[in-house]
Design a protein around this ligand. Structure first.
Ligand code: PEP
Ligand code: MG
Length: 578
């Protein structure tokens, strides 16, 4: 096979060399094979067993949907799925196909799904037409049951496998990517995706090289092809020759060496040359990430993205299950701050158990994060009680995402009070003085900080969304990724304004978006006055290295001048020179 290279977005640095493992959504590609006559009855039985197992899952979900704390939409969603499951086109017709054409159950089912979806596409009523997504979801459930296991990638950590695996996919959701945490994967590449999509963020947290936005890589790569990912330069090389392989092996060794040199900074204080102390915190997605947080000596957890606890499952995590997860982190951090962000579901972060928001016309502008939580008070209260209970075991603080309106802040604080009241009634212990902070990630909140300063105890700037909403660029869309510019003067001025306003008001302020973990931005943020950074643990030592070599007084003067500039090229040049 001839070697070729493709260019995409570099989202997680490093070099990976391994064999391609093609991954696709269950319904996009199922095997098609012919059965022998005598295999037909067993295949029909296999299909019926899969239906029965999905029926049982839906019955369990229905029971769960009635429980307090479940979103009201869940019950409706389960009923719709149960109805489609019994539709003769899905439940009966595949059996006829298996019998008559002697094809496997998966293939028969997908043929019937296509027919049913086509019927729905012809419906004029847009609400009914959209139900085709439910049909696909039901079929995916049956396909998973047919495969005998839920959708999983790769090999479990610890399983014997000498070859490195590189996942190649058209697209991966954050829910897909988070599963890599328990699997041994050397890297991944996708056709779609933007640099600050949550898929890319999870890749960085796994510290595995990744390139996204490759457009048409997947159809060009075959299972098992030898590939190289250069996650620093955004390059994918397929079927490299021995000379190229040797070159990349050498580069990989050099990078590993650089990384291991950084380890000497683990115990060093993050203090600048002019003696300014900087706090370096970690972003986590799951309690298991704490191990890495402790290894790099972080000052605490600045962002716990709790929505990942809600993904890849059919039911919601109960209050007790959440409490266990939050308590585990609080305890492990032994008195260091643990900032638990309330559920930020929506946009590219979806969770099957939460249902209908996925069909919103524009999910990034829809019922996301705190908007969703305030619309689902029982679910929100369950999470708040879980966080509060965990606060008895460490220095926990609550961070609220996507706030923009004063009334949202007031309503949220009202809910926290209610959760506290319920716990007092239950005689549960919690930290009465728990700090509550707000994410600044919508331009409106950055420009109108008054209610934040008045009602909250700390701020955390979410640069990923702040850039997305300021520039009107979908952070997950590779076709506009070249316009997603953290150094746009409007973005820089908003960030600097928030930092400086908060400091004047003596309110602690951090940056927890991806900008905080980019060593090329550390000096810029220091010059704006930032003293608290939160990032993936894998980036923390590289950022610390920048800090110990910086002089904040000098940086502050240079950044003040830079903030007045309009020319993108000049700004870029100055940031590089800082
Ligand atoms: C952000 O928007 O910068 C942020 C930290 O939150 P998330 O990436 O989870 O949206
Ligand atoms: Mg955000």
């Amino acid at each position: 096979m001839a070697s070729f290279a493709l260019h995409g977005l570099a989202v997680s640095p490093g070099i990976a060399i391994g064999h391609a493992h093609l991954v696709s959504h269950a319904t996009l590609e199922v095997a098609h094979y012919t059965l022998r006559e005598r295999e037909v009855p067993r295949e029909i039985e296999r299909f019926e067993e899969a239906l029965a197992s999905v029926r049982a899952d839906l019955a369990a979900l229905r029971a769960e949907a009635g429980a307090p704390g479940s979103p009201t939409e869940l019950a409706a969603l389960v009923n719709v799925h149960a109805m489609f499951l019994e539709d003769p086109l899905l439940a009966e017709a595949p059996k006829t196909l298996i019998r008559e054409r002697r094809c496997n159950a998966e293939w028969a089912l997908v043929q019937q799904m296509n027919e049913l979806v086509a019927q729905f596409e012809d419906i004029d009523d847009s609400y009914l037409r959209e139900r085709k997504h439910d049909i696909v979801q039901v079929v995916e459930r049956i396909l998973r049951a047919l495969m005998g296991k839920p959708r999983k990638f790769g090999r479990k950590a610890g399983e014997k496998e000498e070859r490195e695996l590189i996942v190649v996919a058209h697209d991966l959701s954050p829910a897909d990517t988070i599963q890599f945490k328990n699997l041994k994967i050397a890297g991944f590449v996708t056709d779609l995706g933007g640099a600050t999509s949550h898929t890319a963020i999870v890749a960085r947290s796994l510290a595995i090289p990744a390139v996204v936005g490759l457009h048409h890589a997947r159809p060009l790569i075959r299972e098992d092809d030898l590939i190289i990912i250069d996650g620093t330069r955004g390059v994918l090389i397929v079927a490299p020759d021995e000379r190229v392989l040797e070159e990349y092996r050498l580069r990989r060794r050099e990078l590993e060496l650089e990384r291991s040199k950084l380890k000497r900074l683990i115990t060093a204080r993050a203090t600048t040359l002019d003696d300014v102390d900087v706090t370096l915190m970690a972003n986590i997605e799951l309690p298991q990430d704490i191990e890495q947080v402790k290894k790099v000596g972080a000052d605490g957890v600045g962002l716990f993205r709790t929505e990942f606890l809600f993904m890849n499952r059919d039911t919601l995590p109960s209050e007790d299950e959440q409490y266990e997860a939050y308590r585990q982190v609080a305890r492990a951090m032994g008195g260091k701050p643990v900032t638990i962000r309330t559920l930020d579901i929506g946009a590219d972060k979806t969770a099957g158990a939460l249902g209908a928001y996925r069909q919103a016309p524009n999910p990034a502008l829809g019922l996301r994060a705190i908007r969703y939580c305030l619309a689902e008070p029982q679910l929100f209260l369950a999470q708040l009680r879980a966080i509060l209970r965990a606060s008895h075991f460490g220095k926990v603080q609550i961070l609220v995402p996507m706030l923009a309106h004063a009334h949202e802040i007031e309503q949220t604080l009202g809910m926290i009070e209610l959760a506290k009241h319920e716990l007092r009634e239950r005689r549960c212990k919690f930290d009465e003085a728990i700090a509550v902070g707000g994410m600044i990630e919508i331009p409106a909140s950055a420009l109108a900080l008054g209610p934040f300063l008045k009602h909250l105890q700390f701020l955390s700037i979410g640069t990923n969304d702040l850039i997305q909403y300021t520039l009107a660029i979908d952070r997950t869309d590779e076709s506009v990724a070249h316009l997603y510019d953290p150094l746009h003067p409007a973005v820089l001025r908003l960030i600097a304004h928030v930092i400086q306003t908060a400091q004047k008001a003596e309110m602690p302020v951090a940056v927890c978006g991806e900008l905080a973990g980019d060593p090329a931005m550390t000096r810029l943020l220091l010059g704006m006055g930032l003293r608290q950074f939160s990032m993936h643990p894998a980036q923390l030592l590289a950022v610390k290295q920048q800090i110990v070599m910086a002089d904040t007084e000098q940086l502050s003067a240079k950044v003040t001048r830079l903030l007045r500039m309009e020319e993108p090229e000049r700004i870029r040049e100055q940031v590089e020179r800082l």
